[in-house]
Design a binder for this molecule. Structure first.
Ligand SMILES: [Zn+2]
Ligand SMILES: [Zn+2]
Length: 133
């Protein structure tokens, strides 16, 4: 039986599915036209995640939600501004196959992230360095 989606749940799912990048609760709240309160949003997110419509990752204690439609998740996370970008190219297909064979494991999906500095933060840090020297 397909789980029932209330209007709020459906709206939240739509916001997450149409987003380019994973969203945290604050952004999701801003994009909801029906303006439900935060606890309703949290409950809906828990429901959607439990029913596997969405998945989440946590970076620096902040949870980000993304659609499970794409199966896997690949992210770039900026250590300075905590911006998070999702990229679609799977760079670990061969690695996954190797690990699967080596450990006799049936791998169903993966979440991968690279941490670093986004372009803006790189430029900001370079500018600060130049001023100091
Ligand atoms: Zn940054
Ligand atoms: Zn992948």
């Amino acid at each position: 039986m397909k789980p029932r989606l209330t209007d709020v749940r459906r709206e939240i799912l739509k916001v997450i599915e149409s987003a380019e990048n994973p969203l945290n609760v604050k952004i999701i709240e801003q994009r909801l036209l029906s303006h439900p309160n935060l606890s309703t949003i949290y409950r809906a997110l828990d429901f959607l995640e439990a029913e596997k419509f969405i998945r989440s990752v946590s970076f620096s204690g902040v949870k980000f939600y993304f659609t499970s439609k794409r199966g896997n998740g690949h992210f770039l996370v900026c250590k300075e501004c905590h911006e998070i970008l999702e990229f679609r190219e799977c760079v670990v297909k061969n690695l996954q196959k190797k690990i699967q064979e080596k450990y006799d494991y049936k791998i169903t999906d993966h979440i991968l992230y690279f941490q670093g500095l986004c372009l803006e933060c790189q430029q900001y840090i370079n500018k600060k360095k130049r001023i100091r020297s």
